[in-house]
Design a protein around this ligand. Structure first.
Ligand code: ADP
Ligand code: AMP
Length: 213
């Protein structure tokens, strides 16, 4: 099963993608997580990506497409995956589509987690991330057991630089301009499914499970 998560930054794509990955036993592939791991390890790719991420801009397609295609070529992706944060532009979607078509394959579902901008700004300010294992929390909705500490690996939680309020509005603008057109792109392919992302995360997941079966 090959699934794409669509939705604004902070809509809950990562939260749902992790739950999907666990239930359906497919890898969770997040380009944002791959970039953050590269930043943490001080790689050339990380240093390049950081320049864009810190401003709330998209990392150029040339860099992003390569890391994604390399990742999904891994053995663990052969029975499917859930993509979180990719594609974010029409050219990215076209490259993925072409690569899959060449393999006689296709995306099964593009799930749009729909959340209005007003809710997004509130959510991002409360998001806390573990840069070590990729877990995310929300200080009100999904708090960690111990304040500021990751439940999974015990590392310190942080407010991501790109979740600061001045950057969030930029990311939303970028989303509307460059990423939202993907909703039409996947609707035209007949694989688009929309869920109401303003519900409690368990209810969002229930709606997704109804779609995936
Ligand atoms: P995305 O991957 O789309 O950027 P996340 O999954 O990281 O978004 O979620 C953004 C923030 O909102 C996180 O702090 C997360 O814990 C919280 N969150 C996710 N889903 C919900 C929900 N259904 N209701 C309330 N808060 C949520
Ligand atoms: P995310 O963790 O998905 O919210 O991604 C964080 C940041 O990483 C984004 O704001 C972008 O700067 C960058 N990024 C992640 N995925 C992509 C992508 N598919 N295309 C371009 N930039 C991306």
């Amino acid at each position: 099963m090959k699934i794409i998560m669509l939705g604004a930054p902070g809509a809950g794509k990562g939260t749902q993608a992790k739950m999907i990955a666990e239930k359906y036993d497919v890898p969770h592939v997040s380009t944002g997580d791959i970039f953050r791991a590269n930043i943490k390890n001080g790689t050339q790719l990380g240093m390049e990506a950081k320049k864009y991420m810190d401003q709330g801009l998209l990392v150029p397609d040339e860099l992003t497409v390569k890391i994604l295609l390399d990742r999904v070529a891994n053995e663990d992706c052969k029975n499917g995956y859930v993509l979180d944060g990719f594609p974010r532009t029409i050219p990215q979607a076209e490259v993925l589509d072409k690569a899959l078509t060449e393999l006689g394959d296709k995306i099964d579902y593009a799930i749009d987690v729909d959340v209005p901008d007003e809710n997004i700004v509130k959510r991002m300010g409360g998001r806390r991330a573990c840069l070590a294992c990729g877990a995310t929390y929300h200080i009100e909705h999904i708090p960690p057991k111990k304040d500021g500490i990751c439940d999974t690996c015990g590392e310190k939680l942080v407010l991501r630089d790109d979740d600061k309020p001045e950057t969030v509005q930029n990311r939303l603008n970028v989303y509307h301009e460059q990423t939202q057109p993907l909703i039409e792109f996947y609707a035209a392919k007949g694989v688009l499914k929309t869920v109401d992302g303003t519900q409690d995360m368990k209810d969002v997941f229930e709606a997704i499970v109804k779609i995936l079966g």
